[in-house]
Ligand binder design. Structure first.
Ligand code: HEM
Length: 146
């Protein structure tokens, strides 16, 4: 991340996440609805099993959250996660709809609490994590070409 999160930003990020998990099933439903509206071609990648989709989303968000305050250490982990995504046939471009769907979901679910500051925090965190994951994907693809 270009600028590390301040303690206030960490607090805002945590409390917004806590609100989203109160009704996690709803958050998951809204996320996938948004995602498939933004990019219907992604539907096939996630299958029809909502429970499985939900656990993937949770893993995704939790891995973002648990990485934010130790991003230097998180880099290796995120790059490995990116390498794993090559097997899932994920492309670099697909990180954009995922990020957009995530932010749209947060906006819808947090209402007034999704202030510009909160949006900015999540945008920065997602971009940082996504870039690390993309680096891992790119490395693996380059190795496979060699
Ligand atoms: C920073 C962004 C992302 C993070 C942190 C993330 C995180 C994760 C994690 C933790 C898993 C579970 C890995 C496992 O234990 O098997 C996963 C699986 C998956 N991710 Fe991501 N992901 C990201 C971006 C994406 C993108 C852009 C796509 C493509 C649309 C994607 C598609 C998938 C799929 C299809 C699986 C599931 C494979 C399966 O279980 O069938 N992810 N992701």
């Amino acid at each position: 991340m270009t600028t590390p999160l301040t303690p206030r930003e960490v607090h805002l990020m945590r409390s917004s996440f806590e609100q989203l998990i109160v009704d996690i099933n709803n958050t998951i439903t809204v996320f996938y609805k948004n995602l498939f509206e933004i990019d219907p071609s992604l539907r096939a990648m996630f299958g029809d099993d909502v429970t499985a989709q939900g656990s993937k989303l949770m893993k995704m968000i939790v891995s973002i959250l648990t990485s934010y305050d130790r991003l230097d250490e998180a880099r290796a982990e995120m790059e490995d996660l990116g390498r794993l995504h090559v097997d899932y046939a994920v492309t670099e471009a697909q990180y954009e709809p995922i990020g957009e769907a995530l932010l749209r979901t947060f906006e819808q679910e947090l209402g007034d609490k999704f202030t510009d500051e909160v949006r900015d925090i999540w945008e920065r965190v997602y971009k940082t994590i996504a870039d690390m994951s993309i680096d891992g994907m790119t490395d693996l693809k380059n190795e496979q070409e060699d």
